[in-house]
Design a protein around this ligand. Structure first.
Ligand SMILES: C[S@@+](CC[C@H](N)C(=O)[O-])C[C@H]1O[C@@H](n2cnc3c(N)ncnc32)[C@H](O)[C@@H]1O
Length: 414
């Protein structure tokens, strides 16, 4: 017989789990996500389950199963590694007409746990009903591909369900399309209009449906300030026309990304807006070149600085004297064209000339390259190598940690 699929609403309902090993460690968090009142019966349990018990999220009876343990349960999971105990648990549940799942014997279970996942506001559950393909890995593989397609927008019910409203300001990460968050990708897949930036992960746009309007905000003329006003106006205009607008930005929208200006513009116009944080290039790009921005015993602080105007420029608000006196890591954005002036300033205020510097261009992209140097030499090295933006400059001893990591990496084959 085919199974009859149901979504159980377990909030506040007792679920008894017997056994505390690997299977229980997978099932209990999902039961808790569904709001179940979990009673765990097992003499020993995995560390993650012990933590849940210590935090008061489940009740744990540290003993063997006893008749009567299933009383009052809506669902019972028999997950021990002893078939006799599982059979006794199942028999007790059957006798009191409670649904039960036996982890060791699908044929003797009253219910089966599907491979399940969630994306785009949808819970997906897959059960294999073909006896030749009853392998749980088969169901898990189908679940994975459906969830991935929902996340990417390849599979979408965009016009068939209630639509999000307003504007989503989405941090796309530093460039590699795999570094956007799951939520960012889901909202992007639901958009009617996408306004994208030059440094956003543009390869994601290829996955959008043909009827999605894509506006390249990097091409809006009128100079920087004016262009921002036009972007704000476009966000508001499309949202007010009833379209769901995704604003896809590079890195994190609130790190030198003008994301808050866009949020304010939407709210001032009465347009609902949400922000999806992103992996900022300030941290993600150094990591992609194995540079940790902090490292125990090496750097206890890191400073992220925009050098869109040079030190000494009347528009600069950066305290270079303070930064020059610090021994922490400095992560400089938009600094390539002004690297000489920055190095001079840091040297002037006390940073050592041989402080290691790493310049990472096109971070996380196939064209990524890294130039290592010192504070004294960096300007000439950047010129010699013809480094062009976008690039991140990291100043500090953490650059030496990257050198150690890359040396060790050479001896470790995947
Ligand atoms: C206007 S800022 C935007 C920063 C962005 N909001 C973030 O959180 O990463 C642009 C600067 O970010 C840095 N940047 C962004 N993506 C980069 C990448 N893939 N590789 C190197 N630097 C990058 C460069 O310094 C670039 O000039």
């Amino acid at each position: 017989m085919d199974p009859y699929l149901l979504g159980l609403r377990l909030e506040g309902r007792r679920v008894v789990v017997v056994g505390g090993g690997a299977v229980a460690s997978r099932r209990v968090p999902a039961l808790l996500d569904a709001g179940a009142d979990v009673l765990l019966v097992s003499p020993k349990v995995a560390a993650s389950l012990e933590d849940l018990a210590a935090a008061g999220r489940i009740r744990w009876e540290p003993r063997s199963y006893r008749p009567g343990d299933c009383t009052g349960a809506w669902l019972v999971c028999a997950c021990t590694d002893d078939p006799e105990v599982n059979a006794a648990v199942a028999a007790a549940a059957e006798a009191q007409r409670t649904w039960y799942v036996r982890a060791d014997d699908a044929g003797a279970s009253a219910a089966w746990t599907p491979a399940s996942g969630q994306a785009a506001g949808t819970r997906v559950a897959v059960l294999s009903v073909d006896p030749k393909r009853g392998d749980p890995r088969h169901s898990a593989a189908i679940r994975d591909s459906v969830v991935a397609d929902l996340q990417s927008g390849r599979l979408s019910a965009r016009h068939g369900r209630r639509h999000p409203a307003g504007v989503a300001i989405i941090g796309g990460g530093p460039g590699d399309p795999g570094l956007i968050t799951v939520r960012g990708r889901q909202l992007l897949a639901e958009a009617d209009v996408v306004l994208t930036d030059r440094l956003a992960p543009r390869s994601l746009l290829d996955e959008l449906r043909d009827d999605v309007e894509i506006i390249d905000a990097g091409k809006i003329p009128y100079g920087r300030a004016m262009a921002q006003e036009h972007i704000n106006a476009a966000l508001v205009r499309h949202a007010q026309a009833g379209r769901f607008v995704a604003r896809l930005k590079g890195g994190d929208p609130f790190v030198f990304g003008r994301g808050a200006e866009e949020v304010l513009a939407c709210l001032r116009a009465g347009v609902p807006v949400t922000v999806v944080p992103g992996v900022t290039s300030a941290v993600g790009v150094p990591a992609s070149a194995w540079v940790p921005v902090t490292h125990r015993g090496v750097a206890q602080e890191f400073h992220v600085v925009s050098v869109h105007v040079a030190p000494g420029d009347e528009r600069s608000t950066v305290n270079w004297e303070l930064l020059g006196g610090s021994s922490g890591t400095m992560v400089l954005l938009m600094a390539v064209e002004r690297i000489g002036a920055v190095a001079d300033e840091l040297l002037r205020y006390g940073r050592s000339p041989d402080t290691p510097v790493s310049v990472i261009a096109d971070g996380t992209l196939p064209t990524q390259r890294t130039i290592n140097s010192t504070l004294e030499q960096v300007e000439s090295r950047v010129a010699e190598e013809g480094v062009r933006p976008p690039a991140i400059v990291v100043v500090g001893d953490v650059v030496s940690v990257a050198a150690e990591i890359t040396e060790l990496m050479r001896h470790v084959t995947a």
